[in-house]
Design a protein around this ligand. Structure first.
Ligand SMILES: NC(=O)c1ccc[n+]([C@@H]2O[C@H](COP(=O)([O-])OP(=O)(O)OC[C@H]3O[C@@H](n4cnc5c(N)ncnc54)[C@H](OP(=O)(O)O)[C@@H]3O)[C@@H](O)[C@H]2O)c1
Length: 266
């Protein structure tokens, strides 16, 4: 630990934030290059890393270090989308795409706020697990490629008030059709690529909003941790791998077999 560090003591349980310089307030483009493993900075798959003391957040005593390792990116992204930007409240309806990390944190956070979540999944087994975790309904997006129609039916023809858009170009227009009037789409993911291909007239016709969402700040991370503890939310970890199995962990991630998060242990 650096000799001028005042906020931390040896042995404190902490997690780094993704955008090392985004401590509080709105996002600034200048934060991009210091994203851990993103811009010009190394990632965290290492025995030791150095980060500024302000770029660390205390992790809840209620969570193991493995559970806390799932928070800095996937959980905080869902938090920013649903709470900071989306202001989800009881009675709202959320659609999440798939059963990966961001989607399941979205489901857990929305449920704790009293909102109902519809989960899309290509696997009927994962749909059952999502229902056990609190999903109001699930739709198999392979068996039902017109899932926007199914989502409207499940919401009495209205559509959902919030969507975590994780697919990108191949899912965005369907999301727009599944969105209720006045609803919000959080643009987060790129499962199907980066190129936009959207009918924004529909957005205008329904007075909808798109929030571009990029992880979150240290201040948002701390607020999220308090919420997770208050609502006894435990991250869903599918499997954890030893450090020297990191390659297998990435293969598993690419396979899409996982439900929730994969973790690499030290
Ligand atoms: N903007 C940000 O700040 C930010 C932060 C974190 C992640 N992301 C992005 O958000 C996305 C989700 O990240 P993640 O870590 O949660 O992913 P993940 O854990 O790898 O999620 C994988 C799951 O997503 C589902 N999926 C894949 N393709 C799909 C499609 N075309 N339609 C619907 N579901 C699909 C599958 O679920 P089933 O097996 O159930 O079908 C798959 O198992 C990624 O694109 C990631 O790069 C962005």
């Amino acid at each position: 630990m650096g000799k001028n560090v005042t906020r931390w003591r040896v042995g404190d349980r902490v997690a780094p934030i993704f955008y090392q310089n985004w401590i509080a307030g709105p996002y600034r483009e200048a934060y991009g290059p210091a994203a851990l493993g993103g811009g010009d900075a190394d990632g965290v798959l290492a025995d030791l890393i150095t980060v500024p003391e302000a770029s660390l957040v205390r992790i809840p005593d209620e969570l193991s270090v493995e559970e806390a390792a799932t928070l800095p990116c996937a959980a905080l992204t869902a938090w920013q989308a649903l709470v900071v930007r989306g202001r989800v409240a009881a009675g709202d309806t959320l659609l999440v795409q798939g059963t990966g990390g961001v989607a399941l944190f979205g489901l857990q956070i929305a449920s704790a706020l009293g909102a109902r979540t519809i989960v899309l999944s290509s696997s009927d087994e994962k749909r059952e697990r999502a229902e056990a975790l609190g999903a109001f309904a699930t739709v198999n997006y392979r068996a039902t490629p017109d899932w926007d129609v199914a989502v409207r039916k499940l919401t009495d023809g209205l559509g959902v008030s919030h969507i975590l858009e994780l697919g990108g170009p191949d899912t965005f227009d369907r999301s727009l059709r599944a969105l209720a009037a006045g609803g919000r789409i959080a643009q987060i993911g790129v499962f199907t690529g980066f190129g936009p291909r959207s009918n924004l007239i529909r957005l205008q016709q329904i007075n909808g909003t798109i929030d571009g969402v990029n992880v979150g700040s240290a201040e948002q991370f701390e607020a999220m941790n308090a919420f997770l503890v208050a609502h006894r939310i435990k991250p869903v970890i599918d499997r954890s791998f030893a450090f020297d199995e990191a390659e297998a962990a990435y293969d598993e991630l690419a396979s899409g077999r996982h439900f929730g998060k994969l973790v690499i242990r030290f």
